[in-house]
Design a protein around this ligand. Structure first.
Ligand code: DGY
Length: 321
């Protein structure tokens, strides 16, 4: 008898076909998000699951899933999985590192350019039929070329963002919990600075750190105050790394020039106050969403699930047990 696995959200057909060669697959191809109770009941007799960041895996859920051996996230970030609880329950957890770095880096640049050049604000004006002619001072933005880019987190995605800055002839500074090795700094042409230096010197502050209790509200009221009044903040990492209430106040008072956000606290129920602000570019957590990359993410998660339940050695194991 094939092991039973649950695929919690819609995936590509060939990914399901691949899984079906190894498992009895129960999948939620209608893509209705599951509440905790539905997820627990659907997972209670499964050996494995392919999940997304919308599903929370914690001790309460695991206590109801005695057969579960592996949970495979279709995401590199895994703050939806309580790793400690997985360790206690003997459940392998995996993520999808590496396959989304370029696409997420590209989208970070989409946000940087759209925010500095006020693209969504200008488009809304045009769509509303308000454009009555060229004006010298219309939608004056901020130059990206030769500006200073400040990167929080020079991991895989942060490095991609730094590489892309070369074409704009930017000065790149970064801060991280650990200084990168000199080869990475040289390849990225990035100089290590303190958090305070980054905030006060950068024209563009972009965040590429994982979410955890250590990075919760890494950027709050005090940090936003340290930024230049002409600077913009970009977040394509995780909601919760930025204090959204503080950011809204800051954007409203013009203490910084703007923000470009792909992620929010409590998403998808993000703070509606953002909608009333013109100086923010908003996206629904799509930084990794190119056709090719989302397919690679789903296939890698499937490969992790197959390896976990057949060999016990998935390539992207987060918690060697
Ligand atoms: C990730 O992989 O963590 C992304 O946020 C998912 O889009």
């Amino acid at each position: 008898m094939k092991p039973k696995v649950l695929v919690t959200r819609e995936v590509f057909d060939d990914v399901l076909e691949y899984l079906s060669k190894h498992f009895e697959v129960i999948s939620n191809q209608s893509d209705q998000p599951m509440d905790a109770e539905t997820l627990a009941s659907k997972l209670s007799d499964k050996q494995g699951a392919m999940i997304t960041l919308s599903e929370r895996i914690d001790a309460t859920l695991l206590s109801r899933c005695p057969n579960l051996k592996a949970v495979c996230n279709i995401a590199v970030g895994y703050n939806n999985i309580d790793i400690e609880a997985c360790n206690k329950a003997g459940v392998m957890a995996t993520n999808t590192p590496g396959v989304l770095d370029d696409t997420t880096g590209d989208f970070t640049w989409t946000l940087i350019l759209a925010t500095t050049r006020r693209l969504t604000e200008a488009e809304a004006y045009l769509r509303a039929g308000q454009w009555d002619g060229w004006k010298l001072k219309q939608f004056l933005g901020l130059d990206v070329h030769h500006a200073t880019l400040g990167i929080f987190g020079l991991g895989r995605i942060g490095q991609v963002v730094a590489h892309r800055a070369t074409g704009f002839e930017m000065k790149v500074i970064y801060h991280d919990v650990r200084r990168a090795v000199s080869e990475i700094e040289e390849a990225c042409r990035a100089s290590f600075v303190s958090k305070e230096e980054l905030l006060s010197q950068a024209d563009i502050v972009t965040i590429h750190v994982p979410y955890s209790s250590a990075t919760h509200h890494l950027i709050g009221k005090a940090e936003l105050k340290q930024m230049k009044s002409t600077a913009i903040l970009i977040n394509a990492s995780r909601g919760g790394v930025v204090d959204d209430v503080a950011l809204i106040e800051t954007l409203r008072s013009g203490t910084i020039a703007g923000a470009g956000l792909d992620v929010f606290e409590n998403e998808p129920k993000f703070n509606p106050e953002f909608l009333g602000l013109k100086n923010v570019v908003l996206a629904p957590h799509i930084a990794s969403s190119s056709k090719a990359t989302r397919h690679k993410m789903a296939m890698l998660a499937a490969e992790n699930l197959v390896a976990a339940l057949t060999t016990g050695k998935p390539p992207n194991l987060l918690n060697p047990l």
